[in-house]
Design a protein around this ligand. Sequence first.
Ligand code: SF4
Length: 328
Amino acid sequence: MTQQLTDKYGRNIEYLRLSVTDRCDLRCSYCMPKGFKDFGEPKDWLTFDEIERVIRIFGELGTKRIRLTGGEPLVRKNLPELATRLAKLPGIEDLSLSSNATQLKKQAVPLKQAGITRINVSLDTLRADRFKEITGGGKIEKVIDGLIAAKEAGFQPVKINMVAMRGVNDDEVEDMVEFCIKHDFTLRFIEAMPMGDTGREANKQYIPLSEIHDRLAKKYTLTKANMNGGGPARYVRVDDTELRIGFITPISQHFCDTCNRVRLSVDGTLYLCLGQDDSYPLRELMRAGITDDELKEHIQKAIDLKPEKHEFSEQPGKLVRFMSMTGG
Ligand code: SF4
């Protein structure tokens, strides 16, 4: 019988974001600091066998959704093999991926065949010069090719995540809407979060998404809508189009009351909240030979430590770690 992971606030934890690497081929201004080199050692990464075991256990504890993240997950070798193994695990109903898509053109088909059903792609601008600026030298053509390849491989929906930043990319909001209508992508706007120094820098360009919503409502007829997925986005549909637009508002309208997730970093550390430092190391316990039942007890103990909510507004200087260390 499947058990259920519930925290001390009565929230069912059925969604795990799994970081398969802390490396990335981009250096987005609000995430990984330029010149950052202090990555974890591959010997400290969970192996595919260890990942499969811990996800099997989470599945037996009622976790239904697994999202593969990074850093950039596509830089981890043989990711389709890992995805194939995770997609087969009992209880795992939804396997998805968050990527910057620079390497998606080559990997879209094998990832689809492996059992990944949905993809979220980070894209904050449609301008090549600005993309290069925001990502620390990236080529936007690679991302566009990756998005098209994902669609052709049959991923549905393909979602685009745009971090809205005042004076950086907020002049492209309507262009991004038109781009997503043209290519049948789903669009989500995300508020900049003060994660690490880089995140705090971006947070200075923070825009409450109600502003973006109201601006779009002047140009488009927006109707409330629902979308499949375990995420916190609030969706609207643009009338006379297939476009769904999601608003992810951790700062202006947080969704911690209904939080359903935890994060596992590549070195096997369970982070209980994106906006807090509370964590529980599992790797050494697993390598010390604990049984499956003991691993379940440790996971439940960890969930009992899950904080009620983030303190991004109350203590913006609190978090040292930046986004890619736990995969967003
Ligand atoms: S900030 Fe923490 S509590 Fe709030 S939704 Fe995110 S993970 Fe959950």
